[in-house]
Ligand binder design. Structure first.
Ligand code: PHE
Length: 456
């Protein structure tokens, strides 16, 4: 520890936290992962269950994380050390920092693909394609080229590093405030285009009219896991962002806005994708390739599609960037405060390590056989990282955070923290019940289900 702690930044305004935390939450999770999971899990019913979980589990856990952050004014590791000194709880923070590195690595590879696709689309790679099969080939070729993959990855990590290096108010807050409205504007533009396509009604039905007969146990688990991933919970992102909040801020309203915006953007992303998808006669269950294979083939058949497509991938990169800023910030805040490095050194060091960690994921698109089909696991390295850290590690992190606030730190002390800036805190009793019982039990169920579906 050193006096960097005394020089910690603070959000300049209430909007600063909401913009940055929404920026963290809104990302590839909303625009790429949410639509493809919705497609695979039967459409509207999944959307309905997902929203239920955001409200019942995501919201209380986010409030817990933010209150830990503001109370301790520390990075995740420092926060647990402060609230439970000389215990093993700090390992929950350490798991968060490790998850931050790991998620940043594979996430940046996908973001790098999006970055590359801005240029692919703009320079007309999809202008003459007729079928989704052709776009699949183009993506396969693109993802298996190690030079372009690594180049896009490094460019993305470089920009990300520069923003984080600028620090809390200068970098993160200003960028999020500018980028988020552009994102919303572009998405609404895409929705309008999508809904005016011939045959879009069928897609709208699929997305809005629930068919509960397709719901299984794994639908629930996918929805719950997606809620954590999308809300950036379980690795201390919200502890870190909450640590830059002032005592005057109302945590309940700030967290409500973040959950609302995140859910809204995911919902709007689906509204942009499904009507167009059905209009083009494509199947909704395309899987993780959805964005890179299906979207370009949709745009290739729309007048002006080159520009719509380019706009879409710019949007995807913007959304990813405001999420990776938060991933890197967790790691950087930890290195500065616990290891005493300067912000510059911490940012450069963490970015280089993330780049090295990302190389196997970047090569998992085809060139190196070992990384395309891992022994035992069977899948490629990127999806391995996504499963282990995006699902397992975040779920374990959320479980421990809920147990910590519910039972170790205590809901009463946490509530006192929340009452700063919100003296009445009306839903106190409900929140106590959710964080002590509902969240830990539900998260335990996800973990058990993940283990069951992976090994049996
Ligand atoms: N929530 C981000 C998204 O939806 C991903 C993320 C997960 C960011 C965990 C930070 C921490 O894209």
């Amino acid at each position: 520890m050193n006096d960097n702690i005394n020089n910690r930044g603070l959000w300049r305004s209430k909007i600063g936290f909401i913009a940055a935390a929404s920026g963290s939450a809104i990302g590839l999770g909303n625009i790429w992962r949410f639509p493809y999971l919705t497609g695979e899990n039967g459409g509207a019913a999944f959307v309905f269950i997902y929203m239920f979980f955001v409200l019942l589990i995501g919201f209380p856990v986010m409030l817990a994380e933010v209150s830990i952050g503001r109370n301790t004014q520390r990075n995740p590791v420092g926060a647990f050390k402060k609230l439970a000194p000389k215990t093993h709880w700090k390992y929950v923070g350490i798991l968060g920092v490790i998850s931050g590195f790991a998620i940043l690595s594979f996430y940046s590879v996908v973001a790098g693909y999006a970055l590359g696709y801005i240029f692919e689309t703009l320079f007309g790679a999809f202008r003459n394609v007729q079928t989704a099969q052709q776009t699949k080939l183009i993506f396969g070729e693109f993802a298996s080229n190690p030079i372009s993959s690594l180049l896009c990855l490094s460019l993305f990590l470089f920009v990300n590093g520069i923003i984080v290096y600028k620090g809390v108010e200068e970098g993160i807050e200003r960028w999020s405030k500018t980028l988020m409205p552009i994102l919303l504007f572009l998405l609404i533009f895409l929705v309008i285009r999508s809904l005016t396509l011939k045959g879009s009604l069928e897609g709208l039905n699929f997305y809005m009219k629930p068919d509960f007969s397709k719901v299984t146990g794994s639908t629930f688990m996918n929805a719950l896991g997606q809620a954590f991933f999308s809300l950036s919970l379980g690795m201390g992102t919200m502890i870190t962002y909450g640590s830059y909040l002032s005592k005057k801020d109302n945590l309940v309203t700030s967290v409500s806005y973040v959950c609302l915006f995140d859910t809204l953007i995911a919902f709007i992303a689906g509204l942009a994708i499904f009507p167009a998808l059905f209009a083009m006669g494509l199947a909704p269950n395309e899987g993780p390739d959805l964005v890179f294979v299906v979207i370009p083939s949709i745009f290739s058949k729309i007048p002006g599609g080159t520009y719509f497509g380019t706009a879409f991938f710019i949007l995807l990169v913007i959304a990813a960037l405001t999420s990776t800023i938060s991933l890197l910030e967790v790691v950087v805040a930890y290195i500065i405060e616990e290891r005493g490095w300067s912000r510059k050194r911490a940012t450069v060091g963490a970015s280089i390590i993330s780049f090295l960690l990302a190389i196997p994921s970047a090569l998992s698109g085809g060139i190196v056989k070992f990384f395309t089909k891992l022994p035992y696991y069977g899948g490629d390295f990127l999806s391995f990282m996504s499963t282990v850290f995006g699902s397992y590690a975040l779920s374990i992190g959320c479980l421990f955070i809920a147990v910590f606030v519910g039972w170790r730190w205590g809901v009463h002390r946490a509530s006192q923290e929340i009452a700063n800036g919100n003296p009445k805190f009306k839903s106190r009793v409900l929140w106590h019940f959710l964080i002590k019982f509902v969240s830990p039990i539900a998260v335990l169920l996800i973990i058990l289900n993940l283990i069951k579906s992976s090994f049996f």
